[in-house]
Design a protein around this ligand. Structure first.
Ligand code: UT7
Length: 322
């Protein structure tokens, strides 16, 4: 018995924000952004996180060939939902008609999809549910200060989704590893609603933009991602050379190349799409997964590693056999 991905989907908004357009907004250049990050453009939503999550979810459910009523569980990995409540997962449920599904959001920033996938798998393994929809959707464009060239060049909006099912077949998803270090939360942070009540001496009424210590996050990623990949390979009893694709969170081309070098694998095994979408946070892994799937890149039995990292700090990796 194993848990398999039976459908994937993704959605990115139509509006494209190029490096050239950013040159008009902050002191930067297309050459600098490309050289330091690998990013050429990103997408910006005018409709929000739920809209993107629903569109990605519909594609995944359609490809999976399941009825929405068959979904027992919906988890949306997001840190930028349109509302504090209801959760994005509940809104997705209503939009696709998944009446039977238990629904909740999971907040783990850029690790959001990976942690949601692992959580859904654990529920499926418990026998509680047979089929689940896992979505990663984020609107980072509303968290960045568009005057801060250290962050606004990096992020874009999007959503990706996967339908997973407990099946009578070998392989599947797992093992996985999830890690966090809350003591380093300050290096990538965005506050939510400010405190507002009549009992405060002074109300905090300013929405805080994202703040980031880019170099610290970079160092964290290039150290922890190779470590967690090695650890999950050992747990799975698989060699790095046996892996067809390493699907990493799309934050920075230099981070991905450095990880490839550190685990001594060719960078050609590390597909990337960040040139077109930038860092879409919790959406980056499922968007890439869906693109590769729809291009017919995966064969049954292919060994794949997923790895995510981001605010929290959080990071993790998941082994799966297609
Ligand atoms: O999901 C996780 C999310 N976060 C990340 O993945 C962030 C990881 N970190 C990074 O990707 C990189 O640290 C950045 C791309 C954010 C920055 O690249 P860097 O190579 O670490 O640049 P830096 O911060 O060391 O800055 C180098 C120089 C500085 O100028 P001086 O002091 O040398 O004169 C910066 O002021 O580049 C300058 N700079 C820029 N120049 C043009 C910083 N941002 C820009 C910019 N355009 N956008």
């Amino acid at each position: 018995m194993g848990i398999r991905i039976i459908g994937t989907g993704s959605y990115v908004p139509d509006q494209i924000l190029t490096n050239q357009a950013l040159e008009q907004m902050v002191e930067t250049s297309d050459a600098w952004i490309r050289e330091r990050t690998g990013i050429g453009s990103r997408r910006i939503t005018k409709a929000g996180t739920t809209d993107m999550a629903v569109k990605a979810a519909k594609c995944a459910v359609e490809q999976a060939g399941v009825l929405p009523e068959e979904l027992g569980l919906i988890i949306v990995g997001t840190s930028t939902g349109d509302c504090l409540f209801p959760g994005t997962a509940c809104e997705v449920q209503a939009a696709i008609g998944a009446k039977e599904a238990a629904c909740f959001d999971l907040s783990a920033a850029c690790s959001g999809f990976l942690f949601s996938l692992n959580t859904a798998c654990t529920y499926l393994k418990s026998g509680e549910y047979k089929t689940a929809l896992v979505v990663g959707a984020d609107t980072l464009s509303k968290t960045v200060d568009w005057k801060d060239r250290g962050t606004c060049i990096l992020f874009g909006d999007g959503a990706g989704a996967a339908v997973i099912r407990w099946e009578d077949s070998s392989g599947g998803i797992g093992p996985f590893i999830m890690k966090a270090d809350g003591s380093r939360g300050e290096c990538l942070r965005c506050s939510a609603m400010p405190l507002r009540n009549p009992f405060l001496d002074k109300e905090e009424d300013v929405f805080g933009y994202m703040t980031m210590n880019g170099q610290e996050v970079f160092r964290f990623a290039v150290k922890t991602v190779p470590e967690v990949l090695e650890a999950v390979l050992e747990k799975a009893g698989v060699l790095a050379g046996d892996i067809q694709y390493f699907i990493l969170h799309q934050a920075n081309e230099r981070i991905i190349s450095s990880v490839a070098k550190r685990i001594r694998q060719p960078v050609s095994k590390f597909p990337m799409n960040l040139e077109h979408y930038g860092n879409t946070s919790g959406a980056s892994i499922p968007i890439l997964l869906d693109e590769l799937n729809r291009q017919g890149k995966f064969n049954r039995g292919d060994k794949i590693l997923l790895a995510g990292f981001g605010a929290g700090l959080t990071w993790g990796a998941t082994f799966l056999q297609w």
